[in-house]
Structures are given as C-alpha cells and as structure tokens.
Design a protein around this ligand. Structure first.
Ligand code: ZN
Ligand code: ZN
Length: 303
C-alpha cells in the first residue's frame, strides 16, 4: 500500500484551451510501488502516508511559473508537488487567494459603514429637525440651518460645494484624525471609519442632489439615485411634505422604509417626551416654519 499523486492534462483540447486547462493531482491511498511517468500521466509514491485525500488544481501556466521559481530549482517534480500539496512555502496558494483575507473583511466593514452612515444621518436629521433652536449649544447653527432648509429647501442647490460641506468636514476631520492615528494598521476598522465618515461628510451633497432637477443633474448621480445607492429625489421630496416626520435618512435612504414603517422615530419621540419632557416639533401642526417659501417669493433667503 502506498500513496500516489497523479497529474493529467487533456491533449484533446485545442492549444488555446490547453493553456487554460487545469492539471489536476490527487493524493490517496493506493497500490503504487514506485514512480511512473508515461506521456502526460505521472505517478509517484510519497514517503508519508496522508490521512486525508488532497486534490490540487493548477493551470499549466501556473505550474510552469512555479517550476521556474528560484526556490524550486534543484527539486524534482515530485518534491515540488509535495511542497505544493503540503502548503510548502504557500507560493501558489498565496498568489491565488492573497486578496481575500486582505480585502474581504475591510470591504465588508466598509459596506457596514455605508449602512451606518445612512442610519446616522437619519437619527441626526430627526434630532435637529425636532429639538432645540439656534441658541442650543454646539448644535445651534445646524438646527437653525436645517429648520431654515424646510422653509427654503431650494437654496441648498444654489450653494457651492464647499459651502454645503465645510461644517461636516470640520467635525469629520477632528473625529477621524485621532482614529486614523490609533487604528491606521487595522484595515477592518479603517474600512468602516473611512466609508462611514466619508458618507456622513458628503451627506449634505447627496441631500443637495436629492433637491436637484433630474435634467440638470449629472447622469451618474441620477443613475445612483435611481438604483438606490444615493438617496432618491422622490424619497426626499416626501420629507418636505406634511406631516414632515418621515424619510429623515439622506445618504442612501435605505433605512427610511424600515424606520417609517416601524415608527422608530415616533417611539423615540415618546421616550424623549416621557424621560425629558421635550415635545418634538413634528407633534405640532405644521406652521410657517415648515412651510416652503417659493423660490420666486420676494422673501427669498440665502445663507
Ligand atoms: Zn428635515
Ligand atoms: Zn431637504
């Protein structure tokens, strides 16, 4: 009884397909007395008896590259294949799979960051739409701006890019910089933080595009809105209609349906009211503060 490795190639295929064809090998228990080679079929016995069956697939091109490597010089084909099957120096495996552990988790954490940013934008927007005023510490200017936005929503499309983003960019800079310094060598953390903070910082631009006219927006923006990557114009338009208490999320809007259908913000408003005694503005009948002033009105407003 012994162990064997067999390598097969398919000579019936065309040269082009042969280049892409896979050579396959396997280790299994068998009755092989020694090494054999006949044409394209090669069989040899190994010195160790494996406890499990191993199959290896490698293209002809990859096998040639493997054999030409410096560390494989001086080794017999049997030794090369044995190293390959045992993991060896991991050359072939790392070449084929090295991107997975490096990128899969950061990409996943980045996607979670993207979802988190939309949820965060909704919670923050709900908070400043419903509580506080211009004199509220720290958030006063944001509260004033968002309440003004309900009265003059079209002004957001008139402001320059930097004018829309500078306040969020300042907050993101001060928040993300120390995180970068501490976690710069942890791709999963940086994937989440980078995507979440980037989406939060650009949320005002996504918001501005949601107020844009389709014919005047770049095609790529309209496409991203239509497929749901960015908050859509129709979804955000619902936020600017009575009763002014839904569709708060302004990154992708992916959370809006869930939050509104499950009355999550209404539940939060009840908690805030019973714990802190604060009534949200959305409980009052919409007054002039919520009502949009037309762009053509003589009382137009720019900030
Ligand atoms: Zn709002
Ligand atoms: Zn808006």
């Amino acid at each position: 009884m012994g162990n064997c490795v067999r390598i097969y190639s398919d000579k019936k295929r065309s040269p082009a397909s042969e280049e892409k064809s896979l050579l396959s090998g396997e280790i299994r228990k068998g009755d092989v007395a020694g090494d054999e080679y006949s044409g394209d079929q090669f069989t040899f016995s190994g010195s160790k008896r494996p406890t499990t069956e191993v199959k290896i697939k490698i293209s002809k091109k990859q096998l040639e590259e493997l054999l030409s490597m410096k560390e494989m010089h001086g080794l017999t084909l049997e030794q090369v294949l044995t190293r390959l099957m045992n993991g060896g120096d991991g050359v072939a495996r790392s070449d084929q799979r090295s991107w997975r552990p490096k990128l899969q988790k950061p990409m996943l954490s980045g996607f979670i960051g993207y979802l988190f940013a939309d949820l965060g934008s909704g919670v923050y927007h709900w908070g400043i739409d419903n509580y506080g005023n211009a004199s509220t510490p720290v958030f006063g200017s944001q509260i004033d701006a968002f309440q003004g936005h309900h009265k003059w929503p079209w002004t957001i499309t008139k402001r320059q890019f930097a004018n829309n983003l500078h306040s969020l960019a300042r907050v993101i800079t001060y928040t993300v910089l120390p995180i970068d310094l501490i976690f710069h060598d942890q791709p999963v953390v940086m994937g989440f933080v980078g995507m979440a903070s980037g989406c939060i910082m650009f949320s005002q631009q996504f918001h501005a595009w949601a107020h844009g006219t389709k014919s005047k927006l770049p095609l790529v923006v309209v496409t991203l809105q239509d497929v749901g990557v960015l908050v859509s114009r129709s979804q955000h338009a619902a936020h600017h209609r009575p009763p002014y208490n839904n569709n708060y999320c302004i990154v992708s809007g992916v959370w809006n349906k869930f939050l509104d259908e499950h009355k999550v913000f209404e539940a939060l408003e009840m908690v805030v009211f019973f714990k802190l005694g604060l009534r949200p503005r959305s409980w009052d009948e919409p007054g002039v503060d919520w009502t949009e002033v037309s762009e053509d009105s003589p009382t137009t407003y720019f900030s």
